[in-house]
Design a protein around this ligand. Structure first.
Ligand code: IMP
Ligand code: MG
Length: 177
């Protein structure tokens, strides 16, 4: 793996596709054990699309899928303002919900997502995040299932972008400083 350039920034290899794949399979097994009912997996777009597809392939049990889209990032900083671009369409009342997130950073996005979901009165809501930046997290909601904890540095690849580029990289890269 080599350094790459996206727009004006250089990124260095950080987490290999193999390591990501192991984390995704581990999450799929952990969630499978936790589920007691037919769950609805709510994927957070756009960043969650690659993780959700791989998670779905490894999740061995009945499952339904829905998608929401929110946007919070400008460049490489969390803007603090979260816009709702696509709302829930499934009937999730009294259902077991698992939110599939690419990454939880400050937790601002998660707050908005949980408000969106709780309005529909689900039975339960748990968060499944492939990546988690504990040093950046500012909220108290539990992140129930975490694939990999990472330092507070900007990453791209495996669904995650820098101004829309980099989502299709199979490995994860970190901003070069
Ligand atoms: P939060 O609201 O600060 O927790 O940020 C959550 C959202 O910001 C994630 O769902 C991502 O879309 C985006 N994000 C957070 N950290 C990164 C990163 O390191 N690279 C790319 N996108 C990120
Ligand atoms: Mg996201």
């Amino acid at each position: 793996m080599n350094e790459i350039r996206l727009h004006d920034k250089i990124f260095v290899p950080f987490i290999s596709a193999d390591e990501i794949s192991r984390a995704v399979r581990r999450l799929a097994r952990q969630v499978r054990k936790d589920v007691t009912d037919n769950p609805v997996f709510i994927t957070v777009l756009k960043g969650g699309f690659v993780f959700a597809a791989d998670f779905a392939k490894h999740y061995d049990g009945p499952a339904e899928f829905d998608f929401i889209r929110v946007k919070s990032y400008r460049n490489t900083q969390s803007s603090g303002i979260v816009e709702i671009l696509l709302d829930i369409t499934a009937d999730i009342r009294d259902r077991e919900i698992y939110v599939l997130e690419d990454i939880v950073d400050t937790g601002n996005t998660l707050g908005t997502i949980l408000d969106m979901i709780y309005k529909h009165r689900p039975k339960s809501v748990k968060i499944v995040s492939l990546f988690f930046k504990p040093e950046a997290y500012k909220k108290d909601y539990p992140v129930h299932f975490v694939g990999l904890e990472i330092p507070n540095k900007f990453i791209v690849g495996y669904g995650l972008d820098y101004n829309e580029l980099g989502r299709n990289l199979k490995d994860v890269y970190q901003l070069k400083t």
